[in-house]
Design a protein around this ligand. Sequence first.
Ligand SMILES: Cc1cc2nc3c(=O)[nH]c(=O)nc-3n(C[C@H](O)[C@H](O)[C@H](O)COP(=O)(O)OP(=O)(O)OC[C@H]3O[C@@H](n4cnc5c(N)ncnc54)[C@H](O)[C@@H]3O)c2cc1C
Length: 337
Amino acid sequence: MSDLNIAVLGAGVVGLTTALELQKQFRGARVTVLADKFNEDTTSFVAAGLFRPSTYFRGPTEAITREWIRDSYNYWDDIRVTAEASEAGVAQLSGYVFSNLSPHIVRNHLIENVVPIYRAATEEERMICPGNWKYGSFFTSLLIECGIFLPWATDKFLNAGGKVRRKTVDALSHLAGQYDVTVNCTGIGAKFLCNDYKLVPIRGQVLKVHAPWVKMFFYGDYDTYVIPGFDSITLGGSRHFDNFNLNVCKYDSLGIRERCDSLLPSLKTAKLIGQRVGLRPHRDPVRVEKEVTNVYESKMKIVHNYGHGGYGVTTAPGTAKYAVQLVKEILAGNSKL
Ligand SMILES: Cc1cc2nc3c(=O)[nH]c(=O)nc-3n(C[C@H](O)[C@H](O)[C@H](O)COP(=O)(O)OP(=O)(O)OC[C@H]3O[C@@H](n4cnc5c(N)ncnc54)[C@H](O)[C@@H]3O)c2cc1C
C-alpha cells in the first residue's frame, strides 16, 4: 500500500480521466476528487461529445498536441471495443463537414491520420443536404456522451478505491499540506483560482431534440452542427467569446433551430427536449504544467490540467496521461521549474 495522497480538483471529463489515470499509474495511492459540481452541472455535460478538435487546438508544441490527440483517440477507441462501450457512453460515429467558404474548413490536419476514415466527400455526397455545398469531407470518428461517461467513470474510480468529496475551493493554497500533489482540473474555474487571464470562456448553447432517424453527424457553415447522441440529437451552436452568461438565450435557440433545420430539413418535425448552455474553457495553449509554490513555510506541488476550450471531451485522456507524467516528475523532485 502506497502512502501517496493525491487530490484531483474538478469532476468534469478532464478531472475524472486524470483521476482514473492516477489510479492506474500509482497503484495503492489515495486519490480524492474534490469538486463543487458534478455530472449535469459541469460544462462537460453540455458537450455533444464528438471527437473532433479544431485545427487551432494547441498544446505547448505541435508534437505534444499530436501526442495528446493520438493518445486520446486510442483511449476512447479502446473503450469503444469493449462490452462496456454503451454503459460508458462511447460509440463510433460518421458524418459530413460541408462548407461554401473554403476547402480548408473541411480539412483537419490534426485527425486526418488518426481516425480510420477521413476523405473528401464526392459530388453526390455534397448534395445530401441542401446548401449547394462547394466543399465537403466525410469522416468516421467517435462520440463520447458525458451524461453517460461521467457517472460511469465516477463508479469506476470509486470501485478502485477512490474518494469523491463535494467542496468549493476558494484558493489552491487552502489545500496546502493536505496532499502530496494536487492536480488542478477546474476548467473555467481556473480563471479565478489561478488568476489566469489567458483563460477565457467561450459561451455555447445547444438544443436537444428527439430525432432517432438521424444516424450521422453534419456540420455546415456558421457553427451549425447536428450530432446524434445515445438518446437525443444535439443541435448547435453558438460561440460567444468572453461571455459568462449561463442562461438560455431565446435568440440563440431560434438561430440554431433555423440553421439546423435548413441543413437537415427532416429535423423540422423533431420535438425539442432540452436546451443547455456551457462555458468552454478556452486557453492558447491548453495548460498542462507543473508548479511548486511556497505556502507559508512549506512547498505545495501542483500540476495544472485545464483550458481545453471546445475540445475537452476529445482531448481529456491524452492530457490526463501527460499530466500524470508531470505528477511523477514533480514527486520525484527532478522537475525543471
Ligand atoms: C455547447 C458546447 C459544446 C461542446 N461540444 C464539445 C464536443 O463536441 N467535443 C468536445 O471535445 N468538447 C466539446 N465541448 C467542450 C467541453 O465541454 C469542454 O472542453 C470540457 O467539458 C472541459 O472539461 P473540464 O473537465 O475541464 O471542465 P468542467 O466540465 O467544467 O469541470 C470542471 C470541474 O471543476 C470543478 N471546479 C471548478 N472550480 C472549482 C472550485 N473553485 N472548487 C471546486 N471545484 C471547482 C467544477 O465543479 C467541475 O467539477 C463543448 C462545450 C460546450 C459548451
